[in-house]
Design a protein around this ligand. Structure first.
Ligand SMILES: C[S@@+](CC[C@H](N)C(=O)[O-])C[C@H]1O[C@@H](n2cnc3c(N)ncnc32)[C@H](O)[C@@H]1O
Length: 336
């Protein structure tokens, strides 16, 4: 199975091709971003966060628009960020963490925790960085669509988990399982079997250490998710959800995994797959600031994951309000 693994940013990984900025419009927008972030502290002091953040957001959107149909522009922007902007942007804890990839891959549970805490514990975790300018850039980054969509994702799954009435749940690529902790903090069916799958042992440790407070039976499986599921072919779940794994799978692998997951779903159960949408407005920011690349799937490609699954009775594809994620929900027919 092909799996794209984003390795941590050693020197060779962080080097981008030296492509000059040829478009004068692009040059203008990049220079304005450079000016804004260099003087971010003074600008925020002068006009306030809301105005300063909104101006920067508009400039980043303008750069993204220039890159939409031009690979050359995208490479030039990438190089400009690496050479001129990232040394400043990496004064922010979140930007630096996502760029450094301390666990060896993009989008680890630590990044999701920084985003979650940045929103839910704002006085402790919103302004974090090595300088005041970096602390403000951290707050700006937390407000980007990608970060807001990650919060929305946790809240969506929390709601689903709170309403769950079956007996067994599997989370594929669970990270530190924030949504489960949040669901059980506000209520959730006691005595449920929760099966957590993640390649990263530290993610499983983090999840377990927080779920211990709730009336659940937690089972953890390290290593590659597919090997794990295949070796447990007989196991069945009432709810299977995966957010954060399919983003790194090519379509062919995604189809295979969706089928494996489907075969492990009980009659009447639901399979929910989350994947980034090509409209993601934060794509350029994520790729240039943090070298965080996802495998975006069109709505057609997402729908194709559900095609041919035996006994499916309900298929829904829902895009979030930020244009970042889409959720494929497939329900299995009940037994007669
Ligand atoms: C971004 S986190 C998502 C955490 C949580 N599910 C959420 O939605 O916030 C993605 C997690 O998927 C795990 N992961 C990615 N690919 C995987 C694979 N092929 N097998 C097992 N785990 C995987 C990573 O280790 C990481 O902990």
């Amino acid at each position: 199975m092909a799996r794209t693994v984003q390795t941590s940013n050693d020197d060779s990984a962080s080097r981008t091709p030296r492509v000059p900025v040829k478009s004068s419009a692009l040059h203008y927008f990049l220079q304005r971003i450079e000016n804004d972030i260099t003087n971010f502290r003074d600008i925020v002091a002068r006009v306030g966060e809301i105005v300063a953040f909104s101006e920067l957001r508009k400039l980043v959107a303008a750069v993204s628009a220039e890159c939409r149909d031009s690979k050359e522009n995208m490479l030039a922007v990438h190089h400009w960020f690496d050479e001129r902007l990232n040394p400043i942007l990496h004064e922010s804890e979140l930007c630096k963490y996502c760029y450094d990839k301390p666990r060896g891959y993009s989008g680890d549970f630590g990044a999701i925790e920084l985003i979650w805490k940045g929103h839910t514990a704002p006085y402790a975790k919103r302004y974090v960085g090595t300088t005041i300018r970096g602390q403000l850039i951290n707050a700006y980054s937390l407000g980007t669509e990608n970060c807001r969509a990650n919060i929305d994702r946790i809240i969506r799954f929390r709601k689903i988990l709170c309403g769950f009435s079956g007996q067994s749940i599997a989370s594929i690529g669970c990270g530190s399982a924030i949504e489960l902790c949040e669901a059980y903090r506000v209520g959730g069916k006691p005595g449920v079997d929760v099966h957590l799958f993640d390649q990263d042992e530290s993610a499983l440790d983090a999840a377990q250490s927080q779920l211990v407070f709730f009336p659940l039976h937690v089972h953890c499986y390290g290593g590659n998710v597919i090997r794990n599921l295949i070796s447990r072919k007989q196991q069945r779940f009432d709810l299977i959800y995966s957010s954060g794994v399919f983003n790194y799978l090519e379509l062919a692998s995604a189809r295979k995994i969706a089928e494996v997951l489907w075969n492990q779903l009980n009659a009447g159960g639901s399979l929910i797959i989350c994947n980034a949408h090509p409209d993601n407005p934060t794509r350029v920011w994520m790729e240039c600031v943090s070298h965080w690349y996802l495998i975006y799937k069109t709505e057609d490609q997402m729908s194709s994951l559900a095609r041919g699954l035996v006994d499916s009775e309900y298929v829904k594809l829902e895009k979030d309000a930020y244009g970042v994620y889409q959720y494929l929900v497939i329900r299995k027919q009940k037994e007669n």
